[in-house]
Ligand binder design. Structure first.
Ligand SMILES: O=C(O)CNC(=O)[C@H](CS)NC(=O)CCC(=O)C(=O)O
Length: 329
């Protein structure tokens, strides 16, 4: 039994909850609040977001139990919106298993989360749900879907991952072909108004495509979300740099829930669920070892200050300007 504190680099992290690193075990402790100025969540001047880190396995029931505990603890900690990572429902150990365990949006798992959101009166971002496609009976393919559930328990938005991770890195232990079982989403989804601000939706590998974050910014996004299951090799090299770059260039908050540790004998994830502010500062980092969460105050005034002082978006040229040299599309 141990409690590990997420590495804190800024005081905006109000407190952290750490759990055993093995999936399904109970949460074992809650840290004291880090800030003396805020002794209870109700006195917090700004809405609070919870960015979670989990270790999903093929055991859907255990995964749900553990996620539910995190959501409950986040609510107790004052969160009005809780972010779970890609593969929160499960990480399968083979293509067959991944497909067999998938469900429809109207299935049992999402129904349970809608009831949970309603019971606790909390908003949920469920990144990377394995959603059976419209033609499942004929093609047995799924979407990788990011679902937003309101505090009333309604599904208010579904974004389907548009960039699929077909990547082979010889010598780095990475070989994944997401398109073998996943249908790419056909459109971006307008940012969703939530109690913490306007949330723009991406998923994991989408993080590498700044065009997506800029499109969401143009539609009014204030918080970009990238629920993820990054590989250990690509995470170590790119994860934080990419998240901070997206925050700096859009001048938005970036929240990225993450998978951490070993899901089964063939697959591990990098962790470091991260929250970045509009200036590019890391507000919370859940580390590379344990499940848990970071609770963060979202102060939109900070975003407005940053955007006012350095009006990057106003300085941006028309999209056609950047394509005037030609090239692909
Ligand atoms: O497979 C599942 O069940 C859930 N989906 C994933 O884990 C996806 C597709 S394989 N993973 C990524 O996109 C990793 C991206 C990444 O690591 C990078 O961009 O460097």
């Amino acid at each position: 039994m141990f409690v590990l504190r997420c590495s804190l680099r800024r005081t905006q992290v109000k407190h952290l909850l750490d759990c055993h690193s093995s999936w399904g075990s109970s949460c074992i402790g809650m840290h004291q609040r880090m800030s003396s100025s805020s002794s209870s969540s109700s006195s917090s001047p700004h809405p609070v977001a919870a960015v979670c880190q989990v270790t999903a396995t093929p055991d859907k029931e255990a995964n749900f139990t553990a996620c539910k505990r995190l959501v409950q603890a986040a609510k107790e900690g004052g969160a009005s919106m809780v972010f779970l990572p890609e593969g929160f429902d499960y990480i399968g150990s083979s293509r067959e298993e991944t497909l067999n365990l998938s469900e429809r949006l109207t299935g049992d798992i999402i129904s349970r989360y809608t009831l949970l959101a309603k019971k606790l009166s909390v908003w949920l971002s469920l990144g990377g749900f394995h959603e059976r496609g419209h033609d499942w009976e004929t093609d047995r393919r799924i979407y990788n879907s990011h679902i937003i559930i309101s505090e009333k328990g309604d599904i208010v938005s579904v974004y389907r991952k548009s960039h699929l991770f077909d990547v082979e890195l010889p010598g780095r232990g990475v070989s994944l072909k997401e398109s073998a079982f996943t249908i790419p989403g056909s459109s971006l989804i307008p940012p969703v108004q939530t109690p913490i601000g306007k949330v723009g939706l991406g998923i994991c590998y989408d993080l590498r495509f700044p065009e997506l974050s800029l499109a969401l910014l143009r539609q009014g996004a204030e918080i970009l979300t990238y629920p993820s299951a990054f590989t250990v090799a690509t995470g170590a090299a790119h994860w934080e740099v990419l998240l901070r770059a997206r925050a700096i260039e859009t001048q938005c908050f970036v929240l990225a829930a993450a998978q951490v540790g070993s899901h089964h004998e063939k697959r591990s994830s990098y962790g470091h669920a991260l929250a970045v502010d509009p200036w590019g500062v890391v507000m919370g980092d859940c580390g590379g070892e344990n499940t848990g969460m970071a609770l963060l105050e979202i102060d939109l005034e900070k975003l407005r200050d940053t955007q006012r002082n350095m009006p990057v978006q106003q300085h941006r040229r028309d999209t056609s300007f950047y394509y005037s040299l030609g090239g692909k599309d």
